[in-house]
Design a protein around this ligand. Structure first.
Ligand SMILES: [Zn+2]
Ligand SMILES: [Zn+2]
Ligand SMILES: [Zn+2]
Length: 308
């Protein structure tokens, strides 16, 4: 799992008592989707696959008969070499933000667990820990500054209330809302360049050259049609981002309510088998989270420092 700290994508798997449909998505990576070949191979190697559908030209959805089959398909090197094969993060993991925990990230990954308000609810694994950066524009250039906040990915779909580490708890401040990707190659909003199968398009004039090489006289944002600007300043992009955020928060509340209703002694997130793979993270964020009902009692900063 230390792999995730080096920036390599993590493999995602369906946990043991995931209750939904076991979908695995195929998208182009080193080559375009060969739907015919994939379909033939999947049915042959994985008997019992329930369905294969191509919802979009660049996307194939395979519905496996169970989680073991889905996890095996998503890890199968005969597919992952050529395609981006993945289980959507939103189905199997959840991301939250904590502030000011002066611990090495490796230790949080190793010793941290997600803990719930209901102390009887089983704790869940920490899958990934990353520092959060804030960006600002200095002389027209984007500058990133490290913040004291961390984004922590937990297994399951319910955001824990606290991070439990070495005997004390730190509140999860909020669900983490991923920025929507904007493709630097075709300039479309919603995916990033490594997964782009469109041709190059200029974000300033729609020409077939990269945005940075544009020599057009009138340069306008292709999304909002105003004078050209960075994507983070675009009204169209901002609207999409805030809609996305609202959806994440809404989703979060719904899920939390469900879980409170059905608090049981069964750990729904048990036995998450983490296999290693090379699948890049989907652009679509892994973001379903939960709003805390109220803050849980935690030791103050001093205690944390002393302990550390
Ligand atoms: Zn693109
Ligand atoms: Zn141009
Ligand atoms: Zn714009």
């Amino acid at each position: 799992m230390g792999q995730s700290l080096k920036g390599n994508p993590r493999f995602r798997a369906y946990p043991a008592s995931y209750n939904g449909i076991h979908d695995v998505f195929f998208m182009p990576k080193n080559k375009q989707l060969d739907v015919r070949a994939i379909t033939a191979s999947v049915y042959k190697k994985y008997p019992g696959v329930l369905d294969i559908i191509r919802p979009r030209p660049n996307k194939l959805r395979v519905t496996a008969k169970d989680r073991m089959q889905a996890n095996a398909i998503a890890a199968d090197p005969s597919y992952t070499e050529d395609y981006r094969v993945h289980i959507p993060g939103g189905l199997v993991e959840v991301v939250g933000v904590i502030d000011d925990l002066d611990y090495p990230l490796e230790d949080i990954l190793k010793y941290g667990q997600g803990a719930f308000l209901h102390q009887s609810s089983p704790r869940v694994k920490v899958l990934e820990v990353k520092k959060l950066y804030a960006s600002s524009a200095v002389d027209g250039k984007k500058v990133f500054r490290e913040t004291s906040s961390l984004r922590i990915t937990f297994e399951g779909t319910v955001l824990p209330n606290t991070l439990y580490i070495e005997g004390f708890r730190v509140p999860i401040r909020r669900p983490f809302v991923q920025k929507i990707a904007c493709c630097t190659k075709c300039r479309q909003i919603g995916h990033s360049e490594p997964y782009c199968t469109n041709s190059v398009k200029c974000g300033k004039c729609k020409g077939s050259h990269s945005t940075s090489e544009c020599k057009a006289e009138t340069q306008k944002c292709i999304h909002c049609k105003q004078e050209w600007h960075e994507m983070s300043l675009c009204s169209v992009y901002r609207k999409k981002q805030s809609e996305h955020k609202r959806a994440v928060l809404q989703n979060t509340r719904g899920l939390y309510a469900d879980v409170l209703k059905s608090t049981s002694s069964v750990n729904p997130f048990d036995n998450l088998s983490l296999l290693e793979g090379n699948e890049p993270l989907p652009n679509m964020a892994s973001l379903i989270g939960v709003k805390r009902l109220h803050t849980t009692r935690v030791p103050n900063k001093k205690t944390i420092k002393k302990k550390y």
